[in-house]
Design a protein around this ligand. Structure first.
Ligand code: SF4
Length: 205
């Protein structure tokens, strides 16, 4: 199985079309949101491993799962010594605030946890998402339901990339904040072709 990047899980969980546009059609549009996010990720990676209050902090850690065909990098993994072993605790940095009604960030974090479990032969109970806008950490429990959802998304991403077909646009709540909305044009999804032409002609009169 060919390995896919963990960030594809986040994009797919947000919107399968967004994932296809980025990973099949190599479409990307930097805007204010994505630029802030990129800067935040870069600043999370600007220091090397260090020890703070008995916690070993490792940044930009390479991750891999043979079982799920995933690879990527973790912004920060904190290692806490428990029962004689260093137990990993992944922390993913996000700009903005938690997205209501969308589990994409949690799915990406859980994907990191599944990689760490396989790489280090440990079991993780939780990790955290740090949001730049609220400057707060949100604890994420790696429940059975979240693990199943993450594995399901990983399988769906592999299928999408193997089939090579981009799903059509579909107007939904996430479209407003989507970095690809100018290219995707989800508002056309509900229009018939004839209505679209009519609209264009009307605008040009
Ligand atoms: S604009 Fe909407 S349908 Fe299009 S890629 Fe973004 S979220 Fe998906």
């Amino acid at each position: 199985m060919e390995s896919v990047t963990l960030s594809a899980l986040e994009h797919y969980a947000y919107c399968p079309r967004q994932c296809a546009l980025i990973f099949l059609e190599q479409v990307w549009q930097e805007n204010g949101h994505t630029m802030e996010g990129r800067i935040m990720h870069e600043s999370a990676h600007d220091s090397s491993s260090r020890l703070r209050d008995g916690v070993k902090i490792v940044t930009d850690l390479e991750l891999n799962s043979e079982r799920l065909g995933l690879h990527g990098r973790a912004d920060v993994v904190e290692f806490q010594r428990q029962g004689g072993i260093w137990r990993p605790y992944p922390v993913e940095y996000k700009k903005g605030r938690p997205k209501q009604g969308c589990d994409a960030d949690k799915v990406q974090l859980c994907g990191q946890a599944l990689c760490l479990e396989e790489m280090l032969n440990v079991s993780l109970t939780e990790g955290a998402l740090f949001y730049g806008q609220t400057r707060r950490r949100l604890t994420v429990k790696f429940t059975e339901a979240l693990r199943c959802r993450t594995e399901e998304v990983a399988r769906a991403v592999h299928e999408l990339l193997e089939q090579g077909r981009t799903p059509p646009p579909e107007q939904k709540n996430g479209c407003g904040a989507c970095s690809l909305k100018e290219l995707c044009l989800p508002e056309l999804a509900s229009l018939r072709a004839a209505d679209y032409v009519q609209q264009l002609c009307g605008e040009n009169e």
